[in-house]
Design a protein around this ligand. Sequence first.
Ligand code: MG
Length: 191
Amino acid sequence: MRTRKIIRIGVDFDGVVAYNPFRIVRAPIAWFKREVLGIKKISFMKPSQWWKRSLLAIYHKGSILPANGVSTLISLAQDKKYDFFLITARYREYEKDLDNWLDKYKLKPVFSEIKTNIHNEQPHLFKEKLINELALDYFIEDNLDIAQYLAERSKAKILWIKNIFDEHVNFGEKYAYLKEALEKIVDENSH
Ligand SMILES: [Mg+2]
């Protein structure tokens, strides 16, 4: 009997599984840093000042809606051919919100493992490490800087969920929604 390889798919939370209306606010800031200031090195703010923490709290509370593609994710998770892993680099203090959200939409059973950034590591490094540890075949990410970083360094195929500000960017695998990215994976593995 031929055994089929199980396809291991990692997904980011904010901006991929959860649609965040505030996400659009962050894109021009990233663009400005990269294109105008010429800052190529990735770094993310550590929430030290109270006002930054407040902004981040509002931002995370804005991750309120399941993204277009969550129903596809739920049905694919019932197929033994696929294993899903949730990898979020959210800081520890937002873990409770994440937990509640996943419960609310009954998404916990969808994932073989849920990996959170309990040591508050830099998001791109945290994700790079987890993609390797979990030996993922695919990872779906919405942050362009992180997607580019991971695409250069990891063996997994990185699928980027674009936004209206970065749409023009040349990135091999770019998709409008989680749904499109998942359909691409299904298509690639349907022979
Ligand atoms: Mg994200």
